[in-house]
Design a protein around this ligand. Structure first.
Ligand code: ZN
Length: 302
């Protein structure tokens, strides 16, 4: 098990909900799709590192800061002798390597050379480690996780791991010598305490409560074509069924994610869920799962 698990970036969670309830621009949709693709690639790499059996500490996703510069490590693995950092890329298709960027042979579009990012991360991380009083050997690689990725003209000495080399990487990591000690745990704990939660607000499209489609979306197909049938909600598009209570809780999660400052009350959740006309039903669900404070106008849940 990882010492620090990866959680879905808040910006991605928010965009997923907005995408259901708002008409996103093509650019915003592309942004969402890229974020999602990146995250799926990282999860795929996690499932690989999750099967390492030797002594190590795996820290997934760290956002750190040194001297006002922030940097992100997709995966850090602490072994007895060496720290490994991995930058994960989930691009697919054929690309041509040049120092100033990777060019897609299909669309002609260029993406930044991930080595620049890796080198920056290594430099800043090294600085941070020194500041914390550690002097471990540091290795860094870019892992291209997508099996349908090819990079032409990349020199073999570049720190790239291609899909065909991932199994070998796994063996290599599994054969790292030594055992991690309390000192390594101390470092891991320190890094987790320094990890920052990214503020997602600046990259989000502007949205206003009134513009968003209200209602409960189907868990199966995300459509709003659901109606209540007894204790369940039923999707007219795909036939998926879900307990009303769970569907309401899911919708409240979306409400809280997008509008953390809005009070959770029976009327606000009734409006948000739209398809449940019964106040008592909403109140019961809220009272069961949330704490509440009584105010003059009624209960506010938290
Ligand atoms: Zn459905």
């Amino acid at each position: 098990m990882a010492f620090k698990e990866r959680v879905e970036p808040i910006i991605l969670s928010k965009l997923r909900v907005l995408n259901k309830r708002l008409e996103l621009s093509d650019e915003e949709k592309r942004y969402l799709s890229n974020l999602d693709k990146g995250y799926q690639g990282e999860l795929q790499f996690d499932s690989l590192t999750g099967t390492l059996t030797n002594s190590c500490l795996i820290l997934n996703e760290l956002l750190l800061e040194i001297e006002k510069a922030t940097f992100q490590i997709d995966t850090l693995i602490i072994f007895a002798d060496t720290l490994y950092i991995f930058e994960i890329k989930n691009n697919h298709g054929d690309y041509l390597y040049k120092q100033d960027g990777l060019t897609s042979l299909i669309t002609g579009a260029s993406i930044k050379n991930p080595l620049d990012q890796l080198n920056r991360t290594k430099l800043l991380f090294k600085k941070l480690l020194n500041q914390l009083g550690y002097n471990f050997k540091l290795q860094g690689s870019v892992v291209f996780i997508n099996p349908e990725f090819t990079l032409y003209q990349a020199q073999p000495d570049l720190p790239f791991i291609f899909p065909t080399q991932i199994k070998r990487l796994h063996n290599h990591l599994n054969n790292q010598p030594g055992k991690v000690s309390t000192n390594h745990y101390k470092l891991a704990n320190k890094l987790v305490s320094l990890h920052q939660i990214e503020s997602p607000s600046n990259k989000l499209p502007n949205f206003h409560y009134d513009e968003l489609t209200k209602g409960i979306t189907c868990l199966g197909c995300e459509s709003f074509s659901v109606e209540t049938a007894g204790q369940q909600i039923f999707c007219k598009d795909c036939g998926h069924k879900e307990k009303v209570e769970l569907a309401v809780l899911r919708s409240i999660d979306e409400f809280r994610l997008l509008f953390p400052a809005r009070p959770i009350t029976t009327p606000s959740i009734k409006e948000w869920c739209n398809i449940i006309p019964d106040n008592k039903r909403i109140s019961r669900i809220l009272a069961k799962h949330y704490d509440y404070t009584e105010i003059k106008k009624g209960r506010t849940y938290s």
